[in-house]
Design a protein. Structure first.
Lengths: 203, 216
């Protein structure tokens, strides 16, 4: 890692003795890759994956993000591979590149996070009104049974029989003992009362 | 996710054409500076009044100022080539600063003297407008060619690299300007010179920032 040319480095990458050993090998592979040796390039890219993962894992916590960053680093490495000078340490070149891209990615993500709304908090405002109905039904069912329970006994019975159990007026009349006219009047009043109550709740 | 990484590796390997390595940054900077020096020398010999210049150069203050201006330009250009590589220390950006300080101090001193002799008249734009046009006219071709070279390296911190490169271009433009500028620097001149350098730095940074946004 420490060569005369490295004197002007300010930050040193993660250095363990293991990496010092691999640096010579990576240098050689990278130089070969620059010359177009695909086998050397493939070995190098697979070899350096854990090293890149370790660096980007400092900025990114979840597995997905780490892997996103690793891929970004690989693409960048490929794009700027002509800037590597094989007389200098490869580990340092790679570590700076990885850290830089990883931080850039983090900034990009937080920029996005600042202007986007998380899905969980946006569930009531889907662009398609139909998509809201499921949630609305859940919100409304409590209010609806409350409004139903608050009705006078005869009105509640009329709604239950004709609307919820979907009996015909004749069947409902037989079951409740109310005349057909009384059923119609009670259903009408019940719905009016519930509408008033529920609209009141809503506002 | 890891499978996607595998696929990327395969794609990159398949695309691994041989690449031409960049030459060492100091060499690349030197080549650019030599080309610029050749063009500037031609223009100075053809169009400037060297007799007047020789007279003015008897003043040691002007000597200091011109050397500082030139060194600011050269140092900033060399630094920008280094900074354009991924693995060079960001401390390279500090290289031109001592020269910049001497430049500001020395031309500031002669302004102050003019302030004494001319009073507030030194504040008029007058001839400075000419300097402004001149410096911009030099800086645009210099700046474009330098930015193109710096981008060959695909810098990771492009805005900073462009800013240092812009300082280099500004310094060189201010130096060349001295040959076409048959009087000492007034306060307004100093403001215009440094102002133009700042504008060049800002424009270079903005161009880079905009192109980064597009790329992202």
């Amino acid at each position: 890692m420490v060569t005369p040319g490295a004197a002007d480095f300010v930050e040193m990458p993660l250095t363990t003795s293991n990496e010092t050993e691999s640096d010579g090998e990576w240098r050689r592979l990278m130089a070969a890759a620059q010359a177009g040796d695909r086998a050397a390039y493939e070995r190098l890219l697979r070899d350096i994956l854990p090293f890149i993962r370790a660096i980007v894992a400092r900025q990114h916590r979840t597995q997905d993000r780490v892997e996103d960053a690793v891929q970004d680093v690989l693409l960048t490495l490929h794009r700027v591979r002509h800037t590597y000078d094989p007389s200098r340490p490869f580990t340092h070149w790679l570590a700076t590149l990885a850290r830089r891209r990883s931080i850039d990615l983090l900034r990009r993500k937080s920029r996005l996070a600042a202007v986007e709304t998380a899905d969980q908090t946006a569930y009531e405002t889907f662009a398609d009104p139909g998509a809201n109905s499921e949630q609305e039904r859940r919100d409304w069912s409590g209010a609806l049974s409350g409004a139903l329970a608050a009705l006078p006994e005869r009105q509640r019975q009329a709604v239950e029989l004709t609307k919820l159990r979907e009996l015909s007026l004749a069947e409902a009349s037989a079951a409740s003992g109310m005349s057909i006219g009384a059923l119609k009047t009670n259903v009408h009043r019940a719905i009016k009362a519930m509408r008033k109550r529920l609209t009141g709740v809503r506002e | 996710m890891r499978e996607a990484t595998e696929q990327i590796i395969e794609r990159l390997v398949a695309d691994a054409q041989p690449v031409r390595r960049l030459r060492p940054p100091t060499l690349r900077a030197a080549l650019w500076l030599i080309a610029v020096a050749a063009i500037a020398a031609g223009a100075i010999l053809l169009f400037s009044d060297l007799g007047v210049m020789a007279d003015r150069l008897r003043d040691p203050k002007l000597q200091v100022e011109m050397v500082a201006t030139l060194l600011t330009g050269i140092a900033a250009v060399v630094a920008s080539f280094h900074l354009s590589l991924p693995d060079r220390s960001p401390a390279w950006a500090l290289l031109p600063l001592p020269f910049l300080a001497v430049w500001i101090a020395s031309s500031g001193y002669s302004c102050w003297q003019h302030w004494i002799s001319f009073g507030p008249d030194g504040f008029e734009l007058g001839e400075s407008a000419h300097c402004l046009r001149f410096m911009l006219a030099i800086s645009i071709p210099l700046g474009v060619s330098l930015l193109l070279l710096l981008r060959r390296a695909a810098p990771l911190t492009p805005v900073g690299v462009a800013a240092v490169g812009g300082l280099g271009v500004g310094g060189i433009a201010a130096f060349v300007l001295q040959f076409f500028h048959p009087f000492d620097v007034t306060f307004m001149d100093l403001a215009v010179h440094l102002g133009v350098v700042a504008v060049i730095v800002a424009v270079a940074s903005l161009i880079e920032r905009a192109s980064q946004r597009r790329a992202a």
